[in-house]
Design a protein around this ligand. Structure first.
Ligand code: WQD
Length: 323
């Protein structure tokens, strides 16, 4: 069973490739390197530089490598950018995925594992979110992820398709210093950037109705997230299914608690500046991971401290490399 990972040269993709290798599952990486890094792909893993929306190259790669399943990660994922450039996001994340799925059908590939997002929930009415919690995305990015799930559901009615969608919560950490998240677009790297530049990190609102006034999120280590993909792929290789799974630790952590963990890991006793709330930020939500645990036997093993420590190791190794 060979799996093609679209976007496998990215931060999350590289960790999934490593997890598939540990599990002995053959993989091929397809990535257009628009944000992915070629060196993230191990030498022994076949690599195809192409857009998912290029049927000729993608189809040739599926057939040429005997691909039986596609793990689709390649997407634009910056929430703010999606608001400024909605058509770009609908083109890349939805039109591109449509093209990829048609190419899969034409090549006889009947297994698709999709990288979705907790962003499909928007600002949920409950803190603990199950897969049955109403979806109400608040950004074009979240809407495109929900549209991707709908495409899979509809295709599975019309054609032979085994599929699963994994709704990622807040991904952090790294499995190796060289595989850290290079986009400074989320809380932990943004905090590192501030303290290493001698600035105070910003707290986007401290007046939320939460245990310490700061927002609550479910942080999940990228290595745990990668292992969830192995479990889901093995389920698709074993049986016909069409399921959506929350992938989180099942525990809510506040921004201030993240700051405390960063202080402990880095040894830097920084203070933060309270800034205005960020529009669109839900006050609090975290995953109920019961479904993935009971159906796929997966549960997160690593903790916030592991995420911050491995992310900090990557941050420092990159800084040393740059110096
Ligand atoms: C986390 C919390 C901020 C930076 C995003 C995407 C979501 C998914 C995960 C892809 C929030 C606060 C942040 C800072 C802060 N991505 N914060 N100061 O927004 O929960 O989710 O990443 O699927 O789609 O929306 O993550 O890391 O941006 O913010 O106070 O300097 O940290 O307000 O409460 P978010 P985030």
């Amino acid at each position: 069973m060979t799996w093609m990972l679209t976007g496998g040269a990215g931060y999350i993709g590289a960790h999934i490739v490593a997890a598939f290798q540990r599990a002995g599952v053959p993989v091929v990486v397809l990535d257009d390197l628009s944000t992915g890094i070629r060196d993230n792909v191990p030498d022994e893993v076949p690599f195809v530089q192409a857009s998912i929306a290029d049927p000729a190259v993608v189809g040739a790669a599926l057939r040429g490598h005997g691909v039986t399943g596609v793990l689709h990660l390649a997407a634009k994922k910056a929430v703010g950018e999606s608001v400024a450039r909605p058509l770009h996001y609908w083109d890349e994340n939805v039109a591109g995925m449509r093209s990829l799925l048609q190419t899969c059908v034409d090549a006889g590939v009947d297994r698709v594992l999709f990288s979705s997002s907790a962003a499909v929930y928007g600002n949920p009415p409950v803190d603990r979110v199950t897969e049955d919690t109403a979806t109400a995305p608040m950004s074009p990015y979240g809407e495109t992820k929900l549209a991707g799930e709908w495409m899979l559901r509809d295709l599975a009615v019309a054609a032979p398709l085994r599929w699963a969608a994994l709704r990622y919560f807040n991904v952090a950490g790294s499995g190796a210093p060289e595989l850290g998240d290079r986009s400074v677009a989320n809380l932990i790297p943004m905090t590192f950037e501030a303290i290493t530049a001698g600035r105070n990190p910003q707290l986007f609102g401290d007046d939320y109705d939460t245990r310490d006034g700061s927002c609550v999120r479910d942080y999940i280590h990228v290595v745990d997230l990668a292992e969830a993909h192995v479990a889901a792929a093995q389920r698709l290789d074993a049986e016909d299914t069409g399921e959506i799974y929350n992938v989180g630790r099942g525990e809510g952590v506040t921004v201030k608690e993240v700051f405390d963990t960063v202080r402990g890991v880095t040894g830097q006793d920084f203070v933060y500046d309270v800034a205005a709330r960020r529009p669109g930020d839900p006050a609090a939500y975290f995953a109920d991971p019961a479904k993935i645990r009971s159906q796929l036997g997966w549960a997160a093993r690593l903790h916030l401290a592991d995420m911050v420590r491995t992310a900090w190791d990557s941050w420092q190794s990159r800084a040393l490399g740059a110096s």
